[in-house]
Design a protein around this ligand. Structure first.
Ligand code: SAH
Length: 343
């Protein structure tokens, strides 16, 4: 609600049809609104030229579009990356990142204002949890950035602030809107949800059979180490997490991606790599190594040689391993650096 008006961004086709009827209009107006909102990325009712002037005025009076206010924008000097700071209507802030690479245009979205999980190396974790985002606030990050940057996004990763699977309903609703063929039409396999490892939510996600992909923040190969880095590891030990991931992999017929942040001297030894091989053996998967992006002082980034050694030790898995030297580290837009620091 914006000054008592109904917020349309984030509503599904069915909800827009219901809304149209609720203001005394024909149901098919809902489909027109859907197309204006998500396919044509309209910013105001004036744009909606196939609606009669009277209807546009009526909509203006009772409804609103767009829930985000731009509060800051930082362009990286090193890479084609832009960080956006948005203010929500209740004054909380979130960040999103646009990453442009050769053929890919990826948006990294926030799903919560802040985060409750307190992973010891993550800047967002250090700021604490404020609230869940609505589906509208999640989708609007994409709509806003596409308009502002003049791009058609090809990929969306839910790896900004927050834990997607803890804000499950809004996140899935937003992903469906992003994926809808009559709307933004982003391919399901190009929408990735990254989770800290909430076991019951992984089962739910698997059982619901979504086209979206799941990435799991593993970050350590043993419970002993993982518990220290990710407090959630105390609630869900690795055996339970891995069981859930195997279940998902089988159900979804997907090769899950494991994210592993490399922290110098903490989880980047050859022994750690060997433990990781043991943990993942027999599970077809992808591994995404993320050399640490400076965020919390007590951790540091391993050098290229240490990263290389780690990669070599993973060869027995015969799994694709990618090393993500992050984009946008100079503007604190890289993984785990999102915590509302703008120049
Ligand atoms: N809550 C979700 C998504 C958030 S962040 C999750 O935990 O998966 C996306 C990834 O960046 C996670 O794997 C997270 O652990 C990692 N990350 C956090 N801080 C980081 C940092 N400073 N450097 C590199 N990766 C980091």
């Amino acid at each position: 609600m914006k000054s008592g008006k109904k917020m349309l961004t984030g509503l599904t086709l069915q909800e827009l049809e219901q809304f149209a009827e609720s203001i005394g209009e024909k149901k098919f107006r809902g489909r027109q609104l859907f197309s204006w909102l998500y396919e044509k990325r309209a910013t105001g009712f004036v744009d909606m030229t196939d609606l009669a002037k009277g209807l546009r005025e009526k909509l203006e009076a009772v409804a609103a579009i767009g829930c985000l206010q731009l509060a800051g924008r930082t362009q990286s000097n090193e890479s084609n990356t832009v960080k956006y700071l948005f203010q929500l209507q209740d004054n909380h802030s979130i960040e999103s990142v646009l990453i442009r690479e050769s053929s890919r245009r990826t948006c990294c979205l926030s799903t919560q204002a802040g985060c409750a999980f307190k992973c010891s190396f993550c800047a967002t974790g250090a700021m604490g949890f404020h609230r869940d985002l609505t589906a509208g606030e999640i989708v609007d990050q994409v709509l806003f950035i596409e308009r502002e940057a003049g791009v058609d996004l090809t990929n969306v990763v839910l790896m900004g602030m927050g834990e997607p699977l803890q804000n499950y309903d809004a996140v899935i609703k937003a992903c469906r809107l992003l994926n809808h063929p009559d709307g933004l039409a982003i391919a399901g396999r190009h929408i990735v949800l990254s989770t800290v490892g909430i076991v019951p939510a992984i089962y739910r996600f698997a059982d619901e059979g979504h086209p979206f992909r799941l990435a799991i923040s593993l970050h350590a190969p043993t419970d002993e180490k993982r518990r220290i880095l990710l407090p959630i590891g105390r609630k869900y030990p690795l055996a339970e997490l891995m069981k859930a991931v195997r279940y998902y992999a089988q159900k979804a017929r997907q090769h899950p991606t494991f994210e592993y942040v490399l922290l110098a001297g903490v989880n980047d030894s050859e022994q750690d790599a060997e433990d990781l091989v043991r943990l993942l053996k027999g599970l077809p998967c992808k591994i995404n190594l993320i050399p640490y992006n400076a965020a919390i002082e007590k951790f540091s980034t391993p050098d290229a040689q240490a990263v290389d050694r780690f990669v070599q030790r993973l060869l027995p898995l015969q799994a694709p391993v990618s090393v993500r030297w992050s984009k946008g580290a100079d503007i604190a837009a890289a993984c785990g650096q999102l915590a509302i620091r703008h120049p």
